[in-house]
Design a protein around this ligand. Structure first.
Ligand SMILES: *Cc1c(COP(=O)(O)O)cnc(C)c1O
Length: 385
């Protein structure tokens, strides 16, 4: 019998369920309830119908056009879609609070098949198997998976009582362990965000020779991006995705924003694994999405509005709810456990997420959908509580 000793260190990620037995309202994987912009649909359709020969050829291995478009979108939006200002003529400018004090250039962008793949290369490139890297105890559950995969020791720092990151302790451990640091901001599954100034204070205290990774998967829904800090801190690396705010989880598009030096390192890892990671269709879709920030700003605002309404609803029903800056809510109720609540809601045709992880098992994570979907969930919860 063939066995693999490598498997011993692996603890694969378990994604939100995708059942086939019944059509559920899916509020369990933080996907966007809106479809990609009409311009994306048109660009992809046109590409396939008018240039089918491109599907027979290898795509641009460096994704040059896509990187230029991503850079352009970040310059126009400041990296936070829900606050981007859309003028009557369709032009988009950053909110004052999000303005980037320098220009993001294409050589500051790396892209890959979803930020999960991007994160895999980033872990491989910057975390040392001899030194513990630091992350919060409750954060994106893929980080420990990569730690196992690459055999990198990790140091998980408990959150504070109020579920915020213990930034001082994280820095202290980085100092002692010698490894780098990663956290999601806003964090998942807690939904809470540090301000840019809070992250800046961390960076000022952190060792400039150690990688400092911020995963901004959810920042477009109302957090503060750390992109404006990139020039001040060359050890800062930011990971972002099209899966949440750009309505494209099915396309698999993620990217890094960092100094050209760090981008070169990640590109070298990519070229050592699969040097054509982004397919031609995804590149076309990504370019068209970046050309339409106004559409996505509107989607992000709608989601943020529903989120705030649903936050108030949950509060009014006695839930303890964290103050979300994301497209999901993390909540628990004093009279019902997380797993039971999840099950009773599933019976009514709606999927939310429950984690069996000790410490957060009382909570459920609810993705914010359309007004109609949230109305359905409201009714389901009212029947239970
Ligand atoms: C969803 C998510 C990702 C992964 O997104 P993909 O681009 O779809 O791989 C990365 N980080 C965090 C914190 C996420 O929640």
């Amino acid at each position: 019998m063939i066995t693999s000793t490598r498997m011993n260190g692996l603890h694969p990620y378990v994604p939100g369920e995708q059942p086939k037995d019944r059509v559920y309202i899916k509020l369990n994987a933080n996907e966007n309830p809106y479809v990609p912009s009409p311009a994306v649909i048109k660009a992809v359709t046109d590409f396939i119908t008018s240039q089918p020969q491109k599907l027979a050829l290898y795509p641009d291995p460096d994704s040059n056009e896509l990187h230029a478009k991503i850079a352009d979108m970040l310059n126009k939006t400041g990296g936070v879609l829900s606050r981007a200002q859309v003028k009557a003529d369709g032009t988009v400018t950053p909110d004052e609070r999000d303005r980037i004090p320098f220009e993001i250039t294409p050589d500051m962008i790396y892209s890959g098949n979803g930020s999960d793949e991007v994160l895999s290369f980033v872990f491989y490139a910057f975390f040392d198997s001899g030194k513990k890297f630091v992350m919060p105890q409750f954060t994106y559950s893929f980080y420990p998976v990569y730690a196992g995969f690459y055999d990198i020791p990790m140091d998980q720092v408990p959150l504070k009582e109020d579920w915020t990151l213990d930034t001082d302790e994280m820095l202290e451990r980085v100092k002692n362990n010698g490894g780098g640091l990663i956290f999601a901001n806003p964090n998942a599954p807690t939904s809470l965000a540090l301000t840019r100034e809070q992250v800046r204070q961390m960076l000022l205290k952190a060792n400039p020779d150690k990688i400092f990774i911020v995963d901004e998967a959810y920042v477009d829904f109302g957090g503060e991006s750390c992109i404006p800090l990139l020039k001040e801190f060359p050890n800062l690396l930011i990971v972002r995705t099209f899966s949440k705010s750009l309505c494209a989880a099915g396309m698999r598009l993620g990217y890094v924003v960092a100094s050209p030096e760090l981008i070169n390192i990640v590109t070298t890892v990519k070229n050592s694994v699969n040097h054509f990671p982004l397919d031609a269709v995804a590149q076309v879709a990504g370019c068209a999405a970046c050309e339409n920030p106004a559409y996505y700003a509107d989607c992000a605002r709608k989601v943020a509005e529903e989120r705030d309404k649903f936050y108030n609803f949950l509060k009014s029903r006695g839930f303890y709810v964290l103050e979300s800056k994301t497209n999901f809510l993390f909540a628990k109720h004093p009279s019902i456990g997380g797993e039971e609540l999840y099950k009773l809601i599933k019976e009514q045709g709606i999927l939310i997420r429950h984690f069996n992880t000790p410490g957060i098992e009382d909570f459920v994570r609810i993705t914010v959908g359309t007004a109609e979907q949230m109305e359905g969930l409201k009714k389901a919860i009212e029947k239970i509580i």
